[in-house]
Design a protein around this ligand. Structure first.
Ligand code: S3P
Length: 419
């Protein structure tokens, strides 16, 4: 896919629905009593994997436009679940089916099959689940076992791990309590509470008791992780407005980074949709300063680090990103792939075990970069090329369909006006 340099980039953008919230709205309603409609859903490949798996487990799900109609099935069938590229699908479902008296095998594509699954399997086993990984990875097999709630401290601040334990806790006797080292995104807690679960949050600890879920309609806000590409283009090349973006405080680390980098932005039309805070985010062309990011902020912007690294490359001066070793186990090794992408476009990025040093030169030359079959690398590369001197090409560009179908159409069709 060729990406042209665009020195001026202005527009108002309708960003697709939040991936994390769409996964949960499908999964939890499909496991609940009743019927529900999910509107403004993201129909990217990852969420389609969740639909496929929940159908295999017994729910009836139909899709029309960007609405998903769900008839829940609290009793699951034995199933083979192909999770595609989606870590959220596999990890959350491992928890959801444990203790439900079913035999389920989870498989995924080559990227997902190389990602760690013991981080979920081990805590589930501590509740009594019978979870068998393949050398710590997929395929993962779950067989019937009775679960008993207990307190579990997780080693990584991961919403996927936390959510898997909470979902298993719905089927465990007594109370299950998860304590995280840092607070990760809390969409699971909010949605389970709206669906009638007995769930309590105290700081970084969440407790849940055995219980049933009741279907709720969900209107999904736009995904701040997807908006981030157009927000970055506003800061680099003009002005952008992204509408109805979820600004849940566990997801807005990028706005704190904008403050630290002197990126000018404002939030408009703040309101709440289905228990999630939402706003329009307007970003203006800015003189971008380098930044130093440390471990504490990582859970709130982990998926945005590749595009933040691109912004650092366009600043003038040295940025340091540390405490980000989780990036090594995403859809690609994002420390390696981000550094290679920036270097091959003419920037200077040195990778470290837990992050990068980026020596910003105020610009990038452009050139040709692979996507590493990673949607977030492809879109960060596309932002870098759009703001670069000469533009260039992304090879393997179609992987953006994992989280952002229509990304290139929005990028190429920027309207020249901001409402
Ligand atoms: C997600 C949590 C994050 C994030 C992923 C989606 C979720 O992963 O990187 O894209 O929906 O819970 P971790 O929880 O493993 O950090």
């Amino acid at each position: 896919m060729k990406i042209s340099a665009q020195k001026e980039f202005y527009g108002t953008f309708a960003i697709p629905g939040d991936k994390s919230i769409t996964h949960r709205a499908i999964m939890f309603n499909a496991a609940a009593k009743g019927v529900a409609v999910v509107t403004n859903a993201l129909l990217g490949e990852d969420c389609l994997s969740t639909i496929r798996c929940m159908r295999a487990l017994g729910a009836q799900i139909s899709v029309s436009d960007n609405k998903i109609f769900i008839q829940g099935s609290p009793c699951f069938h034995d199933a083979d679940c192909d999770c595609g590229n989606s870590g959220t699908t596999m990890r959350l479902l491992m928890g959801l089916v444990s203790g439900r008296n079913v035999r389920v095998t989870f498989t995924g594509d080559s990227s997902l099959s190389s990602r760690p699954m013991e981080r979920v399997a081990a805590p589930l086993r501590s509740l009594g689940a019978d979870v068998r990984t393949t050398d710590g990875k997929a395929p993962v097999r779950i067989v019937p076992a009775s679960l008993v709630g207990k307190e579990v401290c997780t080693h990584v601040a991961s919403a996927q791990v936390k959510s898997a334990i909470l979902l298993a806790g719905l089927g465990a006797e007594g109370e299950t309590r998860v304590i995280e080292p840092l607070k990760s995104r809390d969409h699971t807690e909010r949605m389970l509470s709206a669906m009638g679960a007995d769930i309590r949050v105290e700081g970084n600890a969440v407790s849940i008791r055995k219980g049933e879920l009741h279907c709720v309609n969900v209107d999904v806000p736009a995904d701040i992780s997807s908006a981030a590409y157009f927000m970055a283009l506003g800061a680099l090349c003009g002005e952008t407005l992204c509408k109805n973006v979820g600004i849940n405080p566990t997801r807005t680390g990028i706005l704190k980074v904008f403050d630290a980098m002197n990126v000018r932005y404002c939030l408009e039309n703040e309101h709440s949709v289905c228990g999630e805070p939402v706003a329009d985010i307007r970003v203006f062309r800015s003189e971008i300063s380098p930044v130093h990011l440390t471990r504490e902020i990582m859970p709130s912007l982990i998926d945005e680090i590749p595009v933040i690294a691109v912004l650092c490359a366009f600043s003038r001066g040295e940025s340091l990103i540390e405490g980000a070793e989780e990036l090594r186990v995403k859809e690609s090794d994002r420390i390696a792939s981000t550094a290679e992408m920036i270097n091959s476009l003419g920037g200077e990025c040195v990778s470290r075990e837990d992050g990068f040093i980026i020596r910003g030169k105020g610009t990038l030359r452009g050139g040709s970069v692979p996507s590493y079959c990673d949607h977030r690398i492809a879109m960060s590369g596309a932002v870098a090329l759009t703001a670069s001197e000469f533009g260039g090409e992304i090879n393997g560009a179609e992987c953006v369909n994992i989280s952002f179908p229509g990304f290139y159409t929005l990028l190429n069709g920027n309207g020249g006006t901001v409402c």
